[in-house]
Design a protein around this ligand. Structure first.
Ligand code: NAP
Ligand code: ZN
Ligand code: ZN
Length: 349
């Protein structure tokens, strides 16, 4: 057992404060990581504030982790001390069900083990604690190689925001010439823009924040639609093949279904605490549209995404924060004031 410094929420209203947690002694398959950076995902806000229900406190959030290997177990072959590595949203799954065997561990039929807030069935049965911490111990199967040519701090958000947007873009076979809409320009949204552009798509950003238009273009968007403008929304009708919806709050999907062409698809990624307004079935039927969802991505696909980012020189646009700025950063994220992912400098914990 070792002790890690960490930041935890102790209740839904406590905010985050300094604490310490135990990390298990690395077993044969384990990699011990000294954490350098951890991205701040809106899911961390939902979870620490108990917005989805069922949060076990105290909770150390964080599932966009980059660090260096400090120790490895005797059976670890793919990593050695000093390697720069990443950990995303999962640290375990059953490894036996069809989803696990297909490399889709995020859909494990026996329930994947989230990096924080999940029961660690394989180990001590305790609750997993995440990356707002000085170290973590993770089974080698759930550890990713970080490409050497990318800035480690700006890689951290790829471990959730990157893979969560890459996976549906791949699932939809987005390629050169496709027209992709991205709803919400936050952590997930800005990665969706960069990744869809790198795949050759024509990208339209839908934002509630008129002030983000210039940034959206700088991030690679070909067009920007301010969603509160009826004229601009009308101008976007029937223009898109696919939409990636990253909005973290209640909003009307029907407005976006209108912008899809025949056979288009809207993939829901944002997970607001409340239900969304009902979908008009005619909207789907009249253009043979598909409405679906997607959860992060599998381990193999996450490595593929990191390698794709290395090849296309894609990283997150980040603002580094120290541990004492975490609570302010959450407030700014909820207000939509983030350009475009906060990353915790773990040396300040
Ligand atoms: P974020 O950085 O806060 O971005 C969300 C964006 O949504 C905002 O920047 C804003 O963009 C837009 N938005 C519009 N109306 C909003 C409102 N009333 N309140 C808040 N945002 C509003 O969040 P994120 O980290 O990208 O996460 C987005 C959502 O995805 C969260 O619900 C998160 O839990 C979920 N998520 C899902 C998965 C998955 O596997 N499916 C993985 C990670 C996260 P504009 O200013 O451009 O309108
Ligand atoms: Zn996340
Ligand atoms: Zn499984």
């Amino acid at each position: 057992m070792s002790v890690a410094k960490a930041y935890a929420a102790t209740s839904s209203t406590s905010g985050l404060s300094a604490t310490s947690i135990d990390r298990r002694e690395p077993g044969p398959e384990d990699v011990e990581i000294s954490i350098d950076f951890c991205g701040l995902c809106h899911s961390d806000v939902h979870a620490t504030r108990g917005e989805w229900g069922g949060t076990a406190y105290p909770l150390v959030p964080g599932h966009e982790i980059v660090g260096r290997v400090s120790r490895v177990g005797s059976a670890v072959t793919r990593f050695s001390a000093g390697d720069t590595v990443g950990v995303g949203c999962m640290v375990d799954s059953c490894r036996e069900c069809d989803s696990c065997l297909e490399g889709l561990e995020q859909y494990c039929e026996n329930g994947m083990t989230g990096t924080y807030g999940a029961v660690d069935k394989r180990h001590d049965g305790g609750i997993t604690q995440g990356g707002y911490a000085s170290s973590i111990v993770v089974d080698q199967h759930y550890v990713l190689r970080v490409p050497a040519n990318l800035d480690p701090a700006a890689v951290a958000p790829l471990l959730c925001a990157g893979i969560t947007t890459y996976s549906p873009l791949r699932y939809l076979d987005i390629e050169e010439g496709d027209a992709v809409g991205v709803v919400g320009l936050g952590g997930l949204g800005h990665m969706a823009v960069k990744l869809a552009k790198a795949m050759g798509a024509h990208v339209t950003v839908f934002t509630t924040s008129a002030g983000k238009a210039e940034d959206a273009h700088a991030l690679g968007a070909d067009a920007v639609v301010v969603s509160s403008s009826e004229d601009q929304m009308a101008g976007a009708r029937q223009t898109l093949n696919a939409i990636i919806d990253t909005v973290a709050a209640k909003h009307d999907i029907n407005d976006y279904l209108r912008t899809l062409k025949r056979d288009g698809a809207l993939i829901q990624l944002g997970l607001p605490p409340e239900d969304l307004p009902p979908i008009n079935p005619g909207m789907l039927i009249r253009k043979r549209l598909a409405y679906g969802g997607s959860l992060i991505g599998g381990i193999e696909e996450t490595q593929e995404m990191l390698d794709f980012c290395a090849d296309h020189d894609v990283v997150s646009s980040i603002e580094i924060v120290s541990a004492d700025q975490l609570n302010d950063a959450y407030e700014r994220m909820v207000a939509g004031d983030v350009k475009y992912r906060f990353v915790l400098d773990a040396s300040t914990i």
